[in-house]
Design a binder for this molecule. Structure first.
Ligand code: 7RM
Length: 634
């Protein structure tokens, strides 16, 4: 199976084809997969409702395209190399055949637990092979998985379970992350108390800590699977049947359940994997993302396994038990492709080059970056010290909503420029528009990044609330999908992503809505109001700056205490990733006459720049700006 591009002229040729005749282009790619029944029509769409359908009436199961399609040739090839948190725990190598059997067995287990096609299943697991098994077992029987990052709080888990009405949660007793363990099962217990839809909780034994098991509801993974057949006949799915829901933050309070469907997601993610990474069968691919993010879904699980690749899956953190752990793992498993986030690169860069010295890194061929803009310095460091100047870097821009990479170099083919995601992949039609929605044609332009034509893996809806999907992505600029990012197209037509233009902050590659964090801070009993903005942070990309108004009874000597309890509150409501880096207590917030917080001013002050605040005369309370500046030490 191959639609692989081998040269720059090949890319330019294929790209033109994909734009001139998208349906023919994607039909040609899709034909290489195994469909139980082919589609009647390739595409129907409009961005008004929106309605997007690919490979209409095609029937398939995505796991048959991973397993049955490969088993004759790849049965004994390693699918997953699992590296434990503790380097003394032996790595596990699972072949395609072994993974197939585990998936079949767990698929049957889910059926025994009364999970049926269309039911929602929450996966709240550490980075262990069972997380992949659980995802694929859901896909096998047509259940819709929703993976929740196992760093989210009980409260966040409750919200997600209730939003999608999940029947089952799959979790573990606990998880290992560096020197710490996290009590996943007790978090699930707390979360599920407020969830009427949950019938069963399946618990994988990882840390062997003591957990309480609720009779009739909770069952151990090893008990549930004992003696269950490994043979499972895959459910026949429609191309547009839901494959999964993944919750992601936006500019409004509550995370949205982004919905991806089966056929288009399969075709697009595999196509982009093969081309961007220039994948070859002997490669060993390591993506360091957690499975709870879209990067883990698409480029640890689905695309590599659809390609018959060998992936490394790592349970732990970059610096445990020592600062060279990532590089040790690369040498140990002869990793050829390493795909990580700029925040990790900057954090490792800050440790100096000593931790790299003991390792050769000579297996590496391609480096990848994802999740946030990569600054020139981090790019150069990655290129020089990890890639030793010989590995191309693919800076891949995309989103939870897009399912797969949209703007990226093809490794070793597209000439790169540090901090540029470069050119759109085949089938992707980006446009830059001004704030009124006028397309800025030609080069050397900067504005809002939109996409004007569908590609197979774009989101179809937000779960249970189609209007919200329309509002969020398709109403800002008429007839366009709005990404929420700003971008610049330079004199060569290369795209540089400038970051979010909406109220979303990107902290270490994790998306958080400012409203979401504000709501969490406001849960603190002594907080009256708060405003959250992002500010440039050396390691995290963006840090969280919170302006907080306390109850008038609070005297400044209590600020330190309240800061700490705000951090605890935020950790409880969302998770540790949402903890503000800086908290400033103020007596008021700059507001317009219509009562809107002027975030522009707060952003400037958080950046440490008090000189260019712009026009503040329209404020209801201009005097507050002086107070805030002073308190911020400006
Ligand atoms: C894959 C992922 C999406 C947001 C997106 C951007 C930012 C992601 C890059 C990037 C600059 C990149 N999904 N972003 N990749 N910015 N260059 N290569 O991260 O849904 O979690 O986040 O992340 O702002 O809109 S996500």
């Amino acid at each position: 199976m191959s639609n692989k591009i081998h040269s720059l002229s090949g890319y330019l040729y294929e790209y033109q084809k994909s734009i001139a005749n998208p349906e023919e282009f994607w039909a040609d790619v899709a034909e290489r997969f195994y469909w139980r029944k082919s589609w009647d029509k390739v595409l129907e769409w409009n961005f008004e409702e929106p309605k997007i359908q690919w490979f209409i009436n095609g029937k398939l199961n995505i796991t048959e395209n991973i397993f049955e399609r490969h088993l004759f040739t790849l049965a004994n090839k390693t699918a997953i190399i699992w590296e434990a948190n503790d380097p003394n725990e032996p790595a596990i190598h699972l072949t395609y055949k072994q993974l197939y059997e585990k998936v079949g067995q767990f698929a049957n287990t889910l059926k025994n637990l009364n999970v049926q096609k269309g039911d929602r299943v929450i996966i709240y697991l550490p980075m262990i092979p069972e997380a992949v098994v659980a995802m694929l077992a859901c896909a096998r029987i047509g259940a819709i998985h929703s993976v929740v990052f196992a760093g989210f709080s009980a409260n966040s888990l409750t919200d997600r379970i209730n939003d999608c009405g999940a029947k089952v949660v799959i979790t573990a007793d606990g998880s290992y992350r560096g020197a710490k363990t996290f009590p996943l099962k007790s978090i699930v217990d707390e979360a599920v108390e407020k969830c009427k839809s949950i019938e069963k909780v399946v618990v994988f034994q990882r840390t062997h800590e003591t957990v309480s098991m609720v009779a009739g509801r909770d069952i151990w993974w090893h008990d549930a699977t004992a003696g269950v057949s490994t043979h499972n006949e895959a459910e026949e799915m429609d191309s547009e049947d839901m494959l999964f829901i993944l919750y992601t933050s936006g500019s409004t309070g509550k995370p949205k359940g982004v919905v991806h469907t089966t056929g288009g997601y399969m075709v697009y993610t595999q196509y982009t994997f093969e081309n961007v990474f220039q994948y070859k069968p002997e490669d060993i691919f390591w993506c360091t993302a957690d499975i709870g993010w879209i990067t883990g879904h698409s480029y640890i699980v689905y695309a590599p396994l659809l390609s018959g690749a060998t992936v490394v899956m790592y349970e732990g953190v970059p610096t445990y038990p020592h600062n060279g752990r990532f590089w040790e793992v690369i040498d140990k498993h002869k990793v050829t492709h390493f795909y990580t986030a700029p925040t990790a690169i900057r954090a490792l860069e800050a440790l100096g080059t000593d931790p790299i010295q003991p390792y050769s890194l000579k297996s590496l061929k391609v480096l990848g970056s994802v999740g946030e803009p990569i600054n020139v310095e981090a790019w150069q460091w990655y290129h020089t010290h990890i890639g030793k100047g010989r590995c191309p870097i693919v800076d891949t821009w995309w989103q939870t909503e897009t399912g797969g990479m949209l703007i990226s170099p093809l490794a070793g083919i597209t000439p790169t420029k540090p901090s540029f995601a470069t050119l759109p992949l085949c089938g992707v039609q980006p446009v830059i528009v001004d704030d009124k929605g006028n397309e800025l044609k030609g080069n050397n332009v900067e504005g809002n990044l939109c996409i004007k034509f569908p590609f197979p893996s774009m989101l179809r809806t937000t779960y249970g609330d189609h209007e919200r999907c329309r509002q969020t992505y398709f109403s800002t600029f008429k007839g366009l999908y709005f990404t929420g990012d700003g971008a610049r197209r330079d004199e060569d037509g290369y795209y540089r992503i400038l970051g979010r233009v909406d109220d979303v902050i990107n902290v270490s590659g994790h998306r958080l809505g400012t409203a979401e964090v504000e709501n969490a801070i406001n849960e603190h009993p002594l907080v009256i109001e708060s405003a959250v903005v992002g500010y440039p942070h050396d390691i995290k990309g963006q840090g969280i700056f919170a302006y907080v108004i306390c109850d008038s009874s609070v005297t400044p000597d209590r600020y330190e205490n309240i800061k700490n309890s705000i951090l605890i509150t935020v950790t409880k409501v969302i998770g540790a990733i949402a903890k503000p880096d800086k908290i400033l207590f103020v007596s008021g917030l700059p507001k317009t006459r219509s009562g809107k917080i002027m975030r522009r001013i707060l952003r400037k002050i958080a950046e440490g720049d008090a000189n260019n605040l712009g026009d503040i005369t329209t404020l209801l309370n201009p005097e507050i700006v002086e107070e805030i500046k002073q308190k911020a030490g400006l």
